[in-house]
Write a protein that binds this ligand. Structure first.
Ligand code: SAH
Ligand code: MG
Length: 223
């Protein structure tokens, strides 16, 4: 006779798992600074941050690129994954957000390991290419309408075997509205399709948080 499983609310899974972690004072301080500065409270979740640290560590990435800094929460998690040398380049539209993030990372002991580049990320990405910069790890977490562009840039600036992580794949449910003609929803759908099936990538889409994708750059060529 088949065993009957207990019915449960999937939200309980995350609640239960979150309850097992010990709060991290440094990361709590960053979240407090985001509130104090009236910035949006949209940093990655605590366990998601742990995942970022772990992915950097497991992949052995040294040169990290983040698109969307906010208050430095994900930036600190990425930097924590480094063992030995390595550094983070973080792209942020708003000077005032980058200033908060920079102060937070200095306070966390990563002064000199992080570089903030202010302005439209698409412009900065072109500059990074002109400077001959390449990266081992990318975290895409900025304006959703540019996600497919950011992904193309990540592949262009990737060192062999680079890892790409993308956040907010379902945009708090907005992508399920069939009638949506919003350019950012259309762009996110395109991004998700690429992360799942682009021949240059080995990717997986995970139904956790607001949806996240992890891919490895298999080849940079399109054919
Ligand atoms: N990765 C952060 C959260 C980022 S929130 C964390 O988890 O800690 C998204 C950020 O992207 C915001 O700070 C926003 O100002 C920035 N952003 C939005 N549009 C951008 C653009 N065109 N170029 C660069 N940054 C942008
Ligand atoms: Mg996000």
């Amino acid at each position: 006779m088949a065993r009957k499983e207990e019915a449960y609310d999937p939200a309980l899974v995350q609640q239960y798992m979150d309850s097992l972690y010990i709060k991290d004072a440094e990361l709590e301080r960053i979240k407090a600074s985001i509130r104090e500065n009236s910035m949006p409270e949209i940093s990655v979740e605590d366990s998601y941050g742990k995942l970022l640290s772990l992915l950097v560590k497991i992949s052995g990435a040294k040169k990290l690129l983040e698109i969307g800094a906010l208050g430095g929460y994900s930036g600190l998690c990425l930097l924590r994954g480094l063992e030995g040398e390595g550094s983070l380049t973080s792209l942020e539209l708003k000077q005032e957000f980058a200033d908060v993030a920079h102060a937070n990372l200095k306070q966390a002991g990563f002064k000199g390991r992080v570089e903030y580049r202010i302005g439209e990320a698409l412009t900065t990405l072109q500059e990074l290419e002109n400077e001959g910069r390449t990266f081992d790890f990318f975290f895409i977490d900025a304006d959703k309408g540019n996600y497919p562009n950011y992904l193309e840039w990540a592949i262009r600036l990737a060192n062999p075997g680079a890892v790409i992580v993308g956040d907010n794949l379902v945009m708090r449910g907005r992508i399920f509205k069939a009638e949506s003609t919003s350019p950012s929803v259309q762009a996110m759908k395109r991004f998700n399709e690429m992360m799942a099936a682009d021949s240059r990538l080995e990717g997986v889409l995970l139904p956790a948080y607001d949806g996240l994708a992890i891919a490895r750059v298999k080849t940079k060529s399109n054919d």
